[in-house]
Design a protein around this ligand. Structure first.
Ligand code: ATP
Ligand code: MG
Length: 451
C-alpha cells in the first residue's frame, strides 16, 4: 500500500505500462483468487508435480490460468518451468521436443497433450529482426518474471501452482480480469512491431471474453494493421483458425472490422466481409461453427474455409459456365482460382485445400437424383461434410430446401425408402442454382486464351 503510494507520488509507471520485467509478483492464495481446483486437469497436476519433485519450478500458465480465474474449464493446459527442454523430456515417457524458433516439449498422456515451455529470457535487442522490426528468432531462456514480461496481455501472464494453490501475478492481470479489460504488457507499438499477430490476438480475446480493449492497447492498431502482411502466411493461418474456431467467430469478425483490421489484411477476410451475396451463407456457417464449438463438438477447418470461400467459387463457376465451359470442369477451374489466390496469402495447407475441393465438387452431384448416382454418393468418404454443406446452401436460400430434405431422407432411409425416393420425381425447383443450365457447345479453353 505504502509502496503504491510512493510510486504514485513519484509518478512511477507500473510494469505493464513500462514494459519492464517486474521481479515481484502479487501472490494470491486460494481464498483470494477463488480458483476451483476441480477445473484443473489431472495431467497438468501430474506434470507440475513431477517437475517440482525433481527440483524444478513448474506452473500452469497463460490462457488456462485466465480461464480458471473466470470460472471457465480450460480447453488446454500450458506449463511453464525453469527446466530446459532436455531436462523436461527426460522426466516423461512420452515427451517430444518440437519447434525450431523456440523449443518446447509436448508431453502426452493418451490423447491429452500438454505443452511445456521453459521460461523465456528478456527480449534481446540484438535479436534478428526483419526490416519492419518483427523479431525473427529470440531463443534465450530466463527467469519467471522475465517470462511474464514477454507474454502478450496482463491476463495471460499469470502462473498457478496447483500444489500450493497459489497464483503469481506479475502485471496486474487479476485486476484486469475483474475490470474485464484487455491490456497489452509493455509499450503497445513496440509489442505489435515485434509481433504483429498480437493485433489479431487482441481481437480474438476481446470478442471471446467480452472484455473492453484498454485505450492505449487499442490506439495503435488502426495504423499498424498493415504490418500483418509481413508475417509468414502459415502463422496468420494458425491465428485465423484459432479466431474462427474460438466459439465466437462472428463476434471476432465484427471486432476485426471495428478495429479496421480486416481491410486488405488478407484476401479471405475481404471476401468474407464484403460479399453481399454470401453474407447470409457465411453468417449461417459461422453461427453453426460457434454452436458446435460451444457444445464441445469438433469443427473441421476444411469445412469452415470451404464455406467461407463458397460464394467466391460460385461467382467464378458461373463465369466459367457463361464462357461455355461444362459445369463440372468449370467448378474445378473456379476451385483452382480460389484456392491458388488464398494459398499464397493464407497458406491453406495442401490437405485442407484438397478436402475443400472435395466438398465443393460434391455439390453438383447432389443434384443428380436418378439412377445409381445417389447410391454412389453414399460411399463417398466425405459424404457427411458434403451433405452438411448442402444443408447450409439450402438454409441460406441459395438452393431449394427440397434438395436437402430429399438427401436427409435418402441418407437416413432403408433400401426400400431409398428406392422410393429415387423413383419420386423431385418437385420442380424455382431456386436459381437448381435450374439446369444448358451449356453452350464447349469453346475449348476460351477463357484461358483470353487471359
Ligand atoms: P486460448 O485459450 O485461446 O488457447 P491462450 O492464452 O492459451 O488462449 P495460446 O495461443 O494458447 O493462447 O498461447 C498461450 C500463452 O502464450 C498465452 O496465454 C500468452 O501468455 C503466450 N503467447 C501466445 N502467443 C503470444 C504472442 N504472440 N506474444 C506473446 N505471448 C504470447
Ligand atoms: Mg492455449
Amino acid at each position: 500500500m505504502i509502496k503504491k503510494f510512493i510510486r504514485k507520488i513519484l509518478g512511477v509507471k507500473n510494469s505493464a505500462e513500462s514494459g519492464k520485467a517486474n521481479p515481484k509478483p502479487s501472490v494470491l492464495t486460494a481464498k483470494e483468487h477463488g480458483i476451483n481446483p476441480k477445473l484443473v486437469s489431472a495431467n497438468a497436476i501430474r506434470v507440475t508435480q513431477t517437475l517440482q519433485e525433481n527440483g524444478f519450478k513448474a506452473f500452469i500458465v497463460g490462457g488456462a490460468v485466465r480461464d480458471l480465474l473466470t470460472g471457465v474449464k480450460p480447453k488446454d493446459f500450458d506449463i511453464a518451468t525453469n527446466a530446459t527442454p532436455e531436462q523436461v523430456k527426460r522426466l516423461f515417457r512420452r515427451a517430444f521436443i518440437i519447434g525450431r524458433r523456440f523449443q518446447i516439449v509436448h508431453v502426452m498422456f493418451g490423447q491429452d497433450l500438454l505443452e511445456v515451455t521453459t521460461f523465456r529470457g528478456p527480449s534481446n535487442d540484438a535479436a534478428p529482426k526483419d526490416e519492419h522490426g518483427r523479431v525473427l528468432r529470440d531463443n534465450t531462456f530466463g527467469e519467471q518474471h522475465e517470462d511474464a514480461a514477454r507474454r502478450d496481455f496482463t491476463i495471460n501472464a499469470m502462473y498457478y501452482d496447483p500444489a500450493s494453490q497459489t497464483v503469481f501475478d506479475y502485471h496486474g492481470g487479476i485486476k484486469d480480469i475483474r475490470k474485464k479489460t484487455l491490456r497489452i504488457i509493455g509499450v503497445p507499438e513496440a509489442r505489435y512491431r515485434e509481433d504483429p499477430v498480437r493485433m489479431l490476438r487482441v481481437v480474438r480475446f476481446a470478442a471471446k471474453l467480452q472484455f473492453e480493449i484498454d485505450a492505449a492497447t487499442r490506439a495503435p492498431i488502426a495504423v499498424m494493421a498493415p504490418l500483418i502482411n509481413n508475417v509468414p502466411a502459415a502463422r496468420v493461418f494458425d491465428e485465423m483458425l484459432k479466431l474462427l474456431t474460438s466459439g465466437h467467430a462472428m463476434a471476432c469478425l465484427q471486432q476485426l472490422r471495428k478495429e479496421g483490421l480486416h481491410h486488405g489484411l488478407m484476401p479471405l477476410l475481404d471476401v468474407v466481409m464484403e460479399q453481399p451475396l454470401g453474407e447470409k451463407f457465411v453468417t449461417l456457417s459461422l453461427a453453426n461453427t460457434d454452436e458446435r464449438v460451444q457444445q464441445g463438438k469438433p469443427v473441421s477447418p476444411s469445412f469452415l474455409f470451404a464455406s467461407l470461400l463458397w460464394h467466391q467459387v460460385l461467382e467464378k463457376w458461373d463465369a466459367y459456365k457463361a464462357a461455355g465451359e461444362f459445369p463440372i470442369p468449370a467448378l474445378h477451374l473456379a476451385a483452382d482460382d480460389v484456392l491458388n489466390a488464398q494459398t499464397d496469402a493464407l497458406a491453406i495447407q495442401r490437405k485442407i485445400g484438397a478436402d475443400m475441393r472435395d466438398i465443393w465438387a460434391m455439390q453438383p452431384r447432389f443434384e443428380k437424383r436418378v439412377g445409381k448416382t445417389p447410391h454412389k454418393m453414399l460411399e463417398h468418404q466425405r459424404l457427411r461434410a458434403g451433405y452438411d454443406f448442402l444443408l447450409l446452401r439450402c438454409a441460406s436460400g441459395e438452393i431449394d430446401a427440397e434438395i436437402g430434405e430429399w438427401w436427409t431422407g435418402f441418407i437416413n432411409g432403408d433400401a426400400e425408402q431409398r428406392e422410393k425416393l429415387i423413383n419420386t420425381k423431385p418437385k420442380a425447383s424455382g431456386a436459381p442454382a437448381a435450374k439446369k443450365r444448358k451449356p453452350r457447345r464447349r469453346a475449348p479453353n476460351k477463357a484461358k486464351a483470353e487471359e
